[in-house]
Design a protein around this ligand. Structure first.
Ligand code: C2O
Ligand code: CU
Ligand code: CU
Length: 570
């Protein structure tokens, strides 16, 4: 089921200083795709983001900057066709999702141009706001800058049982924060640009929205390259945090500001019941006067670490209050869900990751973990399946960072050794945490359900430039029953029917064999289909391939050896 909400971007411009009336553009609400099958086509496109030339962006389906919101249900078996029609290779990572490493879309699952990647999994996460984005090593900055990404909303029974706003685009609004710098011909600048000069909210410059006079839910995501946001409302009203990265909190937390670093999400409720119809209020970034180390607090207005928005307070979203909807939510729930969080005492293994290097000066190295840059062939940590671990990220360095880990949602248990120093705004399940300069921050997580000795998960700074520069490590979750044999033997199999029209099936000569990965290449040696752990009972659809000769390369689960068979598509 595809529901499209198209709100066209009528581009108006703030003419020049001196003009009093501020003009706004109606904020785009991303289209939604709901259900169990998600088709995403990535391609280069263009968007009119400001006056003059259009800007080359990365589009997903019809969306020209920032893709559709994927709505899925806990317990569902979801499958994806991710088609790369970009001119570059890419990957798509499901940020925050608990899933097998081979489906994770990290830097290892490279989708070449023209190839379709078909991951699938069972949704185990609880109701939450996740997101997806490219994760190609050394290209993350460029591809995220171009607007490739989107929200994932997971729904479940516990969330549904609560009286919360959940009508998408009406009282439940996705809000993605990015800022961009343009060159003289209106193209995004990426090379070593940490901070943009102009705000885009859901890809809309000077964004506004009409919201009903009632409690409204905003799902705010910082999808920046590096900038942090200190979010609040222009009248300093209290609002309520109901969810962190990994889902709802136990109870709403009232605040007037919330800091949001790259990759972090926060779900908030704001009460507009007492606002006049026709009045307006602004959601703003109170980034002026932050101390050094807050990303975007640097005072320069240009250059690599400067920007027109740095160290200033600026608008994120202009909100016009309109009449309440029927069935409006008019009360704040006093409690939400019952989370059972890990505590430091639950952890049986402790690890420390230190933030090193990155000091300015001649011959300096980029920021790294433990003096080691990311390398594809180095597994930095091996984690026993089901282990509950305490990780401490130590930052004695010069700047703040946003630490992210794949596979798990964690509980922040200590800041600088103190449990009470953990903010109530970050008291729920998290997958990104702010590690300011001079702090060590600890989390506890359980690495359950999925083990794989070949495909690692990543941990990294979510600042795209830091990640691309090697501030990233990888871990495998290993089960002792899984013995990786290095036997490079052929596992004989056949493909039938051959020639085939719609579907092909695999038959192994011996029974006890299963498939770990299949890649289908055309006669020119180009990958056209990538199938992590396909269910070979169901067959593999080849209906979209053009007629010709193909080579199916199969890696089996036990020996992890590769075998190839040729087949014809008719
Ligand atoms: Cu949001 Cu490794 O990523
Ligand atoms: Cu991630
Ligand atoms: Cu960093």
């Amino acid at each position: 089921m595809t529901k499209s909400i198209f709100i066209s971007l009528s581009v108006c411009f703030i003419v020049s200083a001196g003009l009093k009336a501020q003009t706004y553009n109606t904020m785009t609400i991303p289209d939604t795709i709901s259900g169990t099958t998600f088709n995403l086509t990535l391609k280069d496109t263009m968007a009119q983001l400001r006056s003059g030339n259009q800007t080359i962006t990365g589009g997903i389906n019809q969306n020209k900057f920032w893709g559709p919101t994927l709505i899925m249900y806990k317990g569902a078996n979801v499958s994806f066709n991710v088609k790369n029609k970009l001119n570059d290779s890419t990957t798509i990572h499901w940020h925050g999702m608990h899933l097998p490493a081979v489906m994770d879309g990290g830097p290892h699952q490279i989708i070449p141009p023209g190839t379709t990647w078909q991951p699938y999994w069972t949704v185990k996460n609880q109701a939450s706001t996740l997101w997806y984005h490219p994760h190609l090593h050394m290209m993350a900055n460029e591809q995220i800058t171009k607007g490739l990404g989107g929200f994932i909303i997971i729904r479940d029974a516990a969330e549904r049982a609560l009286a919360l706003p959940r009508t998408y685009g009406v009282d439940d609004i996705p809000v993605v924060l990015t800022s961009r710098r343009y060159d003289a011909s209106n193209q995004f600048s990426f090379t070593t640009v940490a901070y943009g000069d102009y705000m885009l909210t859901n890809g809309t410059p000077s964004a506004q929205i009409s919201l009903p006079k009632q409690y409204v839910r905003l799902r705010i995501l910082n999808a920046e390259i590096e900038r942090g946001y200190d979010v609040g409302f222009s009248d300093n009203r209290t609002f309520y945090i109901i969810g962190n990265d990994g889902g709802l909190l136990n109870a709403p937390v009232s605040v007037t500001r919330v800091k949001l670093m790259v990759g972090e999400r926060v779900e908030i409720l704001v009460n507009l019941s007492n606002d006049q119809i026709g009045s307006s209020i602004d959601l703003k970034a109170y980034n002026g006067g932050q101390t050094f180390g807050f990303p975007g607090g640097e005072p320069a207005t240009s250059g690599q670490f400067g920007s027109l928005l740095n160290n200033t307070t600026f608008n994120l979203l202009h909100i016009n209050v309109i009449a309440a909807t029927p069935n409006a939510i008019t009360a704040l729930p006093s409690t939400l869900i019952n989370n059972t969080y890990w505590t430091a005492a639950d952890a049986t293994i402790s690890r420390t990751v230190s933030i090193t290097d990155g000091n300015p000066g001649p011959g300096s190295l980029p920021f790294r973990f433990d003096n080691t840059a990311f390398a594809f062939n180095t597994i930095n940590k091996t984690i026993p399946l089901n282990s509950v671990e305490k990780w401490t990220i130590k930052n004695n360095n010069v700047f703040g960072h946003a630490f992210h880990i794949h596979d798990v949602e964690f509980k922040i248990v200590e800041r600088n050794g103190s449990a009470t120093a953990v903010g109530s705004h970050e008291s729920g399940w998290k997958d990104v945490m702010y590690v300011p300069n001079g702090e060590s921050v600890s989390f506890v997580a359980k690495f359950d359900d999925y083990s794989d000795d070949i495909h690692p998960f990543m941990y990294h700074c979510h600042f795209a430039l830091h990640e691309d520069d090697g501030m990233m490590g990888q871990f495998v979750v290993s089960s002792s029953t899984e013995v990786l044999k290095q036997n490079k033997i052929e596992v004989p199999f056949s493909v039938y029917p051959n020639p085939a029209q719609d579907k092909i099936f695999i038959k192994f000569e011996s029974d006890a064999v299963d498939v770990y990965y299949i890649t289908v290449y055309n006669a020119g040696g180009k990958a056209v289909l990538m199938l992590p752990a396909p269910d070979i009972q169901k067959g593999i659809s080849v209906s979209e391939l053009s007629k010709g000769t193909y080579y199916l390369q199969l890696m089996d689960v036990k020996t992890k050896s590769m075998s190839v068979q040729k087949f014809i598509k008719n």
